[in-house]
Design a protein around this ligand. Sequence first.
Ligand code: 6LW
Length: 484
Amino acid sequence: MNPVIPGMHPDPSVCRVGEDYYLVCSSFEYFPGIPVFHSRDLVHWNQIGNALERPSQLHLTAETPSSAGIYAPTLRHHDGRFWLVVTSVSHGGGNMVFTATDPAGPWSDPVPLPGVAGIDPDLAWDDEGNCWCTVAGVQQYRVDPATGETFGEPRRLWSGTPGAKAPEAPHLYRIGGHWYLLIAEGGTERGHGVSIARAASPNGPFEPCPANPILSHRSTDERVQNTGHADLVQAADGAWWMVLLGVRPGGGTPGWHVLGRETFLAPVTWTDGWPVVGELTSGEPGSPASERDDFDLPELRPSWISLRDRFEQHCTTKERPGRLTLHARGSGMDDPAVVFAGRRQQHLSCLVRTLLDPAEGRGGLAVRLDEAHHYEIEAAYGEVRVLARIGPVATVVASRPVPEGPIVLVVRVYEARTLLDARSGPDTLSFGVEEPDGTFTSLATLDGKYLSTEVAGGFTGRVIGLYAAAGTVHFDWFEYQQLN
Ligand code: 6LW
């Protein structure tokens, strides 16, 4: 069932070692960066870590805007090591290489590639031992990935289909007697697609596939849209597969997607030496996902992500074992420095609950697209409020006095299955509290379209999590449940 990795997991890159597959995605302003997944069947993926988990590997500050940070990795296995090349679009960024012997980590500190200009770097090695770094545009450099040195001038390889914008996300492969150059083009929105060209040498000249784009859902009524930014992998049984990003827009027109760009899988066959992409079956993963965290481990699980950094003095499970303690820095979800720990919203309908103790501060449960697009419910001693920020407008939507003491805050997200009119949003979000007898009291229900990529802009999707806006807040547990 697709998406194979739901929620904000764009720009997938995959490699196989024996029977094991590994996959990485972009992570933007979130820390730790570059989630790493493992699978034995390409369908079920388990997150085994994050490649960039130390400040020496990923240094993002309050000046790093949302949808900046870390873009479009390539993951390869070569010479007994895993190689990861990424672009940081933040200050002092650029392209850089990380290596590991175990993809679960630890990964090395970065080796910068100062001579390589352009996003979406790829690494490929030829039989003479040359390493080729190919970037959007499409341009190619000969590099030494161990030292970061670049040799000679960049070479222009291909600019994709004439008239199509943004030839990017290149991946270069030697398959049989040819070198194949796979790219995305048309932009990462509704026009997105995948095209391919081939040559006898890694440096071209490249001949485009007559059937390009080999994959695109542009101007179709397919459930999954924006398909592109792909990577190819040959399975242990010899079959070929493609991982790619796609979105699931909902609501009326023009359609809003809220989970970000997700990772999909499609079968690939070969005809006349060209790949033919099979059907992208869709539907949410069968067994409803449900996760509860009691914060009883010294470290947060790898699916927890924070904004720009995570320091133990602000965010820790060690201060009170069995609790996540957040010490506020920044005034709330509008503040790029806010102390936040969350997980990607991965399902179109879901229920999220948390038990917190606001005795020493103020904080709560937020659904975040970026600093300027978020809804949250927060508790301070004696009061609960629902807040909404949509672009430049911020407001308190509802408030209610509550008894002193720990409180369960709840958000219920429901995919809109019937549309009221052409403008109907993709989902609704109800924020409320759980009463001592377990019943839910809603304080406010809000239209989800304002927390969509089409409204907020950028490359990310929703993240749901916990934050402190003042003082210290202790969270006893956090529960995320897919709703059908
Ligand atoms: C990425 C580009 C893209 O660098 O989006 O979908 C950009 N493609 O290739 C950010 O993820």
